[in-house]
Design a protein. Structure first.
Length: 218
């Protein structure tokens, strides 16, 4: 996993520990390329110069896309996950490698109904952890403003609860709001157990405060 922000890498290490990946037979390496003179060369060195079969790009930044191209192995696939807002977003691509090394690129945007069903099934069995993507929590009353201002709200997924009256709030703001609001104070304590990630305990507590019936004792 590559980034130039040490804080993000530190958080990622907490959520996806190297040891946990190793237990599943996966060698997980976190790399901060911020101070590297030639990050592509140093990253390729991790593969003895062969390159990577799959490179996922999560930021629509020209230099990042170009580096991803430089990292591809023979028949390597560049998966451009980050959707650009600029309709003229263009980046040089090595077509010599396209022709002779069969490198290729795909764009990932959404999925089919079948993909969604599979994702839900994987989440239900614990093979996927979608809560990692959730950065904001809100009640149904927060929906209009959230929808209208979504492009200007940073972070990841916004989780809305029916039956809850609560402004859209970043999980990282729980502790500060908790200084004056007991609801957020307890939510901050509960998410601290999972390194700031929304979890079942926090959800049950929130729903209980608003008397939402979940079919069992909350």
């Amino acid at each position: 996993m590559v980034d130039i922000d040490e804080a993000r890498l530190t958080q990622a290490k907490k959520l996806l520990p190297v040891k946990q990946a190793a237990e599943k037979g996966i060698e997980l390496i976190y790399v901060n390329t911020a101070g590297m003179a030639d990050p592509a060369a140093q990253l390729r060195a991790l593969t003895d110069g062969a390159g990577f079969d799959d490179v996922f790009v999560y930021a629509a930044v020209p230099s990042v896309v170009e580096m991803a191209d430089d990292l591809l192995a023979e028949d390597g696939c560049l998966n451009f996950f980050a959707g650009p807002t600029d309709s003229q977003f263009k980046v040089p691509f090595n077509f010599y490698n396209v022709h002779y090394n069969s490198t290729h690129v795909v764009g990932t945007s959404g999925g089919s109904t079948g993909d969604m069903k599979e994702a839900i099934a994987l989440s239900a069995t614990g093979q996927l952890q979608p809560s990692f993507m959730v950065t904001h929590i809100g009640g149904l009353d927060a929906v209009p403003d959230t929808v209208l201002n979504l492009p200007d709200i940073p972070g990841g997924k916004k989780l809305i609860y029916n039956g809850v009256t609560m402004p859209l709030t970043a999980i990282t703001d729980f502790a500060e709001k908790g200084k004056t609001d007991p609801l957020f104070r307890e939510l901050a304590r509960l998410v601290e157990e999972t390194h700031g990630i929304w979890n079942e305990k926090a959800e049950r507590y929130l729903l209980a405060q608003f008397g939402v019936d979940i079919g069992e004792a909350a």
